[in-house]
Structure formats: C-alpha cells, structure tokens
Write a protein that binds this ligand. Structure first.
Ligand SMILES: [Zn+2]
Ligand SMILES: [Zn+2]
Length: 424
C-alpha cells in the first residue's frame, strides 16, 4: 500500500524515460538498468566459501539449461562416488572399533586393554551421529497442530511420500527437512518466512520441502552428512596445538599430512554433492508447483528473493521495540511483531521486487550454496507448462492453522525481541 507522498516521479539520467519510485527504495531505471545495483556485489571474492558459491552457481546454470530442455538432469556418478567416500569414512570407524575389541580381548588383564579402550573410545567419537531434537527446539506435535499436520499429510500424499513425524518452528527466514534418527522425518518451518507467504505459497513451500524426500535427497544427505561430521571430528583431533613445546611441535608437523588429507576429502565430498543438491532443489521446485500451483511456487520464489528484507525489518522492529520498552518486563513489546513484518513486505512495490530479481541475476542471488540461483528457479517454473494446485487451503483452514501456531508465534516473537534478530 503505497501512499502518494511515497511515490516520486523523475526521469532517468541515462536514457531519459520516466521513473516512478517509492522514496523508501532505490530509484532505478527498468529500461536501461541505470542504478539497478547501487551497492554492487559486496561478497568476498576469495576463500573456500566463495569457491563453493561459484561451483554452486556453475551447476545451477548448467542444470537449468538441461532441465529446461526437458532432460531430467539424471543422477550422476559423482553422487555415487560421494556415497562411496562416505561409506569408506564410516568403514574406517568400524575398523577402529574392531581393532579396539581385538586389543581388549588379546590384552585382557594387561596393558593391551588400555590400547583396546583407546581405539574403542576413538571409534565411538567418530560414529555416525544422527539428527536428534534438541531441548531448545520448539516442537509442534501432531495433536497440538492437527490442521497443520493434515495439510502436510495432504501435500505428502500428492507427492506419494510419507508425511513428517515432527514439525519444529524457528526464527530463520527458511524451511528445511531432514531425518530424525534413522526413520523419522522432521520438517523445520521458519516462522518469518511462513508468515509472509500466502496460503497457496505456503502449500508450495511444503511441496518443495516434502519433494526432497521423494528424490532421495535427505537419504543421501544423511549418509554423506554423517560422514562429514566424522571428518570434522578427525580434523579436530589433528588440529595444531597452540604455543607448542618441542614434542608438540614435532606432533604438529607429523599431523600435517593427515590434516591435508581430511581437508581434501571434505572438499571433494562438497564438490561431488554440489551438482546433486542443485538438481534436488530444482526438482523440489517442481513438487512445489504440483502441490501449490505454478503461481504459488513463483510467488514463493519472489518472497525468497527478498528474505534479506525480512532480516532487516525484524532487526529494525526489535531495535525500536527494545527502545520503547512499554510493557511489563518487555512482554508487551513483542505484540504485533509478525504483523509488522507482513505489513512491511506487503508494502514493497513491484518495481522493487523486479529490481531485486535483476540484482539477483547480476550478482547470483541464492538462498545458500546448496540452492541454485533464485532467478533461474523462478524462470524454470515460468518456462514450464503452468500447473494448477493439487492442494488448496480455504480461509477456514488457514485460520485454524494460524490458531495452532498462535502460541509458538507469541513465544518466538518474545524471543526475537529479547535476544535481537541475528545479522544475516
Ligand atoms: Zn534509463
Ligand atoms: Zn530445498
């Protein structure tokens, strides 16, 4: 909702066409792209994170071309190779455990037992650690949120997969799915993202997340992910000791090859899974469209494009609320936090969304290194045949779900106002 005072009309200094903009946002020209990206690409150009980004970007573009041509972008050998490496890492842990058992038996009653126990302890620390819920997680159980679970179940049924066993709500502008232990499934919903989506976009989001289960992304993630955790433990064991004496200096030096090896294997795993994870995201977007309609899925992409606005709005809101301190113990201050967030995002004019899309295309915006560029995800959806929604939610249903989320909304708003919203 734009008021007249917020709109300014000027002409483009570069090509002269009329520009209408909202004074709260950047003035730019859609015709010649003058001032489309005043900040310019700010992110680091070097270092492992930048390399990861570039690799992700590269596969994101490659797969976009393949998938648009109607090619399924098939499973690649690199994914299998990543599996093999991950299994080797866990195999090594098994060998260490076996050595430990052998040491214990062979050296029973003697010094060999110390040797055996050492290896058993080492293997135990390197074991595959499966995901668990932590005490800080805000878990919504099935009986606490029957309507939300019914919606998730319906989305799962359309996609031909099993539904989730637990839903965690957090304050990220994101959502994700993962395994809990070996069999159970967890869906994590970031409330700031959920709140700014329309009912149909929410269904598209659920479709995207559950779509990851149908393509085996999470299973692959579990095998490779646990191997990465074991490798991190290895890296911790062989890290250099600070301010070493002579013996420690020699140990540090002796650990260099092992350190390099572990680092290299981790980098290799990352590289090998990059393509598969980009593919998984595109396919999950297809699932988003099938369940929540192409329109819903595209709308979701548009919201993802402005997730940094979510962060800055929450930061601004929490700062001003903390300054005002109206309520008792700061409690009242959290009222209306989510409503303020939605109001701000709804007030972003289409021209600013379009500018973000173009900046995203120029700089390569993506949710993170595991996701393809957002503008390509959007284009792939728009280039395909539009599909209608397989799952819908009327206002009664949407309100019932909102009611189920009321408690967690209030709790998380209080948390955010109390702790501040982290810099993203
Ligand atoms: Zn212009
Ligand atoms: Zn995803």
């Amino acid at each position: 909702m734009r008021t007249a005072e917020e709109e300014i009309v000027s002409s483009c200094p570069q090509c002269g066409v009329e520009i209408r903009t909202d004074r709260r946002f950047t003035t730019w020209c859609a015709a010649c792209e003058w001032n489309v990206d005043p900040q310019g690409p700010g992110e680091e150009k070097r270092g492992p994170a930048a390399v990861r980004r570039r690799i992700a970007q590269h596969y994101g573009e490659l797969l976009f071309t393949e998938l648009r041509a109607g090619n399924s972008g098939g499973r690649s050998v690199s994914g299998l190779f990543a599996y093999a490496i991950a299994l080797t890492v866990h195999g090594l842990t098994c060998i260490l455990a076996a050595v430990g058992v052998w040491g214990l038996i062979a050296g029973w009653g003697g010094l060999g037992m110390v040797f055996g126990l050492f290896f058993l302890a080492l293997a135990w620390s390197l074991r595959p650690r499966l995901n668990r819920l932590s005490d800080d997680d805000r878990v919504l159980l099935r009986d606490e949120a029957p309507e939300l679970y019914a919606l998730v179940d319906e989305v799962a049924a359309v996609l031909g997969t099993r539904s989730v066993d637990a839903v965690v709500v957090d304050v990220e502008a994101n959502a994700s799915v993962t395994h809990l232990g070996l069999r159970r499934r967890l869906l994590t919903l970031g409330l700031p993202l959920w709140e700014v989506l329309s009912p149909q976009q929410r269904i598209a989001l659920l479709g995207h997340e559950l779509g990851h289960f149908t393509h085996g992304d999470t299973r692959h993630g579990m095998v490779v992910g646990t191997a990465c955790r074991s490798l991190s433990t290895w890296l911790y064991y062989v890290r250099p000791m600070p301010n070493p004496n002579v013996v420690q200096a020699v140990t540090n030096l002796a650990c260099v090859p092992l350190r390099l090896l572990v680092t290299a294997v981790m980098a290799l795993l990352d590289l090998l899974t990059a393509r598969a994870s980009q593919r998984g995201e595109y396919l999950a977007d297809g699932a988003a469209a099938r369940t929540g309609s192409t329109e819903g899925a595209v709308g979701l992409m548009d919201r993802l494009m402005v997730t940094d606005s979510i962060a800055t709005t929450l930061q601004r809101e929490t700062n001003s609320r903390r300054l005002r301190r109206t309520g008792r113990g700061g409690e009242q201050n959290a009222d209306g936090l989510w409503e303020a967030l939605v109001a701000h995002l709804d007030s972003v004019p289409e021209s600013e969304c379009e500018r973000r899309r173009r900046v995203g295309a120029l700089r390569g915006h993506s949710v993170d290194a595991s996701h393809p560029p957002t503008h390509l995800r959007r284009r792939l959806l728009l280039d395909g045949t539009p599909v209608p929604a397989a799952v819908t939610a009327d206002s009664v249903r949407a309100e019932r779900i909102a009611g189920e989320l009321a408690d967690v909304r209030a709790t998380l708003a209080r948390d955010v106002v109390r702790d501040g919203y982290g810099d993203l």
